[in-house]
Structure formats: C-alpha cells, structure tokens
Design a protein around this ligand. Structure first.
Ligand SMILES: Cc1cc2nc3c(=O)[nH]c(=O)nc-3n(C[C@H](O)[C@H](O)[C@H](O)COP(=O)(O)OP(=O)(O)OC[C@H]3O[C@@H](n4cnc5c(N)ncnc54)[C@H](O)[C@@H]3O)c2cc1C
Length: 392
C-alpha cells in the first residue's frame, strides 16, 4: 500500500510535545542501594518510590528515558483496561480477581497522589471510562462484566447514555478514572530523581549482572555495585527464569486527529474489536487519540494497519485532519496478569507483561517492588509473582 494513502506525521504526540533529555552515561566506581534497568514508566516510578523511602538509586537507560513503549501508549489510567473481570473470575477465581482490582485502584490513586505531592504539570485529569459495543449481540457481555465488577465491589454502572458522536448499543461506565500526558509526568519524576546520591544514566546499555550479596551490574560503560537490581526493560534483559517463554507480544496502532465539531471528555473503549478514544489538550483544541488494529510484532507492512485504523475513524468521525500516527507493542502474559516481584535470583526483581495496561501495572510494579525491597509485607505480591509459571 502506498504511503501516500496514509495521513499524519509519524511519531508519538507525547514525544513531540516535550523536550529531549540529556543525562550522562554511567560513571565508574559507584555503589548504590538499588540499580534499576530501563527508563520507562515501570523503571522511573520504581526509582522514585525507592528514593522517596530514603534509598539511593541509579536508573540505567540504554538510550534516552521515556522514548520506548511508554511513549507508544494512549495513557488511560483506570481500574479496568477492558472487559477483564468476568474472565478473570472464571479463569483465576474471585480472590485473585479481587486482588487485581485492588491493585488497579491503588495504582490509580498512587499516580494521583504523586502528581499532587510533587506538583507535576502533566495534564492529569479525572474523567469517566466507558466500555461499549456498537453491536446489539454483544450487550449481554457488557451485562456479564457489570455483574462481575459488582461482585468485586467496583464502582461500575450501566451507561444509558454514551456521549460519543455516533450510536452505541450498550456500555458500562467507571466514574472518576484518569488520563495524563505520560512523558510530562515521567520527565517530572526524573527531574526529582537525579541528585542526592541517586542518578539517571542514559546511553548506558546493561549487559549482565554478576550475582551475589553485593551485585555488579555490567554495562557497556563500565559497572556499578548494588544490593538490589530491578529489571524494567520491558522484555527482561536479565531473565534467570525464562519469563520470555510466558510473554506474548503484540503491536497496536495509534492516530491523533482533529474533527469538525465537538468530541466529549472521557475515555472510550469499544471492546471487540478493540478501538479506544481519548482526547488531549493542544493549542489547536482537543486532539483525539484513537488506537486499535492489533497485529503481530513484526508485520511486513504497518501502513496496512494504519490505513485500516484511518478507515475505521473516518466511518465514525467527521475528520478535519490527521496529525500523528505511531505504533508500539506490549506483551501479555500466559494468564493475563503482569509479572512483578523477585526472580529466583535473590535481590533481583522484574516487572513485565503489562498487557497494554502499563500506566496501572507499571505503577503497581513500583509499589510492590519498593515494598519488597523495604522489607514490608505486601499481600498483592503472590498473584503477580514471576515464578508462578515455573512448575507448569
Ligand atoms: C498502542 C498502545 C496503547 C497503550 N495504551 C495504554 C493505556 O491507555 N493505558 C495503559 O495503562 N497502558 C497502555 N499501554 C501499555 C503501556 O504503554 C506499556 O505497558 C508501558 O508503557 C510499558 O512500560 P515499560 O516501562 O515496561 O517499558 P518501556 O517504556 O519500553 O521502558 C523500558 C526501557 O528499558 C530500556 N532498555 C531496554 N533494554 C535495556 C538495556 N539492556 N539496558 C538499559 N535499558 C534498557 C528501553 O530503552 C526502555 O526505555 C499501551 C501500549 C500501546 C503499545
């Protein structure tokens, strides 16, 4: 398909609306309490929570921070990524589903607390999430999900009215969810992170870890000594438990556009086939960010998927101009829950398998792993343990 058919400049809106970073590469001869590998939402949030607890940290990023999957996101923050709870109760049981729901609620509130306490200007904004269908045949699924979410005591309602500018057949709504500008949020955290015995090192590629009570993280710029290592490189670069075998990567596509007429506030997910909408403020008015069209990781022609997404959007909205398009990927674990916690190597932690819900799951990882390093009990750690697939 010719590129001429596709509209919008390539590149994420989030990166085009923020300055670039310029942290130095690793300095030799350092020792810190914890080294964090990877500067996306999971790594930066973990480093922040640990530093706030009084630990010294060094965050090591192969390239520049917040330039990988975390700028591919649409950055919706909510207790439900989609219609998950009915399936989770069926597949994993009520207790595990309840724990995941609690983790999602806590992560949302943690982001709100961080934004407020650190006064981060990142367009954090409370807004409802609607999960809807355009097909009468699928309304029953919505009712099932509402019943499941109610069992978990989540604040869910049947939405008689979905304020989208096209017709829907049925929807559920979660009130008081949130959205933000993910790169502004994370650059705000990074500003507070560097200094006082803690560091961010960019252009530093982690190669391996020499295990032991005191660990040595080997990079292409030399090594650094530490008590704990947290691997948040999306796909783990240090993987003693072969978690890669339990991760299923997929790609998704995003376009940013303006329309003629009004588009409502709120976040909207058509659950099957998945398409999502949210808006973000710009000097030209609300930019509408639409995502969808999942594919394999390595497709021959991504334009085919952009074109499908563009056609879908033109069937639903009166498009004025398409300004941005980008694509990124995420991994779903075997059971749909993220893998968070200590690996089989003492003092080496991992966070991965966020299943297209890394704003929440990345924050949950940071909360659980910082608690574990601090020696606090966390009743959530069992359901997310990266070792849960080991005996299977
Ligand atoms: C299209 C799309 C839409 C999405 N929408 C949402 C949404 O609405 N809400 C939501 O919650 N989630 C959403 N997600 C999911 C979310 O964006 C991801 O789960 C999350 O950003 C992953 O963050 P991360 O920190 O694990 O990875 P990354 O952001 O990729 O960070 C990992 C970092 O590790 C670095 N690294 C890799 N190897 C090394 C090495 N050897 N040494 C040092 N550093 C290394 C990389 O350079 C990178 O910077 C979406 C994802 C996609 C693709």
């Amino acid at each position: 398909m010719a590129d001429l058919d596709i509209h919008g400049k390539t590149g994420s809106f989030w990166i085009k609306t923020c300055p670039t970073t310029n942290f130095p590469p690793l300095k030799e001869g350092l020792k810190v309490d914890t080294v964090i590998l990877g500067g996306g939402i999971a790594g930066i949030t973990t480093a922040t929570l640990l530093k706030d607890l009084g630990h010294t940290v060094a965050l090591i990023e192969a390239d520049r921070i917040v330039e990988e999957v975390t700028i591919g996101t649409t950055a919706k923050i909510s207790i439900a990524p989609n219609m998950i709870y009915s399936d989770l109760i069926k597949n994993l049981g009520l207790t595990k589903a309840q724990k995941y729901a609690i983790a999602n609620q806590k992560a949302l509130e943690k982001i709100a607390e961080i934004v407020s306490n650190k006064k981060i200007d990142c367009e954090f904004h409370r807004t409802p999430l609607y999960i809807y269908t355009e097909s009468n045949d699928k309304v029953e699924k919505i009712n099932e999900e509402i019943a499941a979410a109610k069992k978990l005591r989540l604040p869910v309602y049947y939405a008689d009215n979905v304020p989208l500018p096209f017709k829907t057949a049925g929807a559920l709504m979660y009130e008081n969810q949130a959205q933000f500008h993910p790169r502004k949020y994370l650059l705000g955290l990074a500003e507070n992170l560097d200094g006082g015995g803690s560091y961010i090192f960019e252009k530093t590629h982690a190669l391996t870890i020499n295990e032991g009570d005191v660990k040595e993280v080997i990079t292409d710029r030399g090594s650094i000594m530490t008590d704990n290592v947290v691997v948040t490189t999306h796909t783990p670069v240090y993987d003693p438990d072969q978690l890669k075998n339990h991760l299923h990567p997929a790609r998704s596509y995003v376009i940013g556009l303006y329309i003629n007429g009004q588009f409502p506030d709120g976040m909207f997910i058509d659950f099957d086939p998945v398409h999502t909408y949210r808006t973000t403020p710009t000097s030209r008015g609300k930019l509408i960010i639409v995502a969808g069209e999942h594919s394999d990781l390595n497709v021959k022609d991504m334009n085919e998927y952009y074109m499908r997404l563009e056609n879908y959007v033109r069937q639903h909205l009166d498009v004025k101009s398409i300004e941005y398009r980008w694509s990124s990927h995420d991994s779903v674990s075997d059971d749909g829950l993220p893998m968070i916690g200590m690996t089989s190597s003492e003092g080496i932690y991992v966070a991965t398998g966020f299943g297209f819900w890394g704003m929440n799951n990345g924050t949950t990882s940071a909360m659980i792993i910082s608690d574990m390093i601090e020696g606090n009990k966390t009743h959530l750690k069992d359901i997310f343990s990266p070792l849960r697939f080991k005996s299977k």
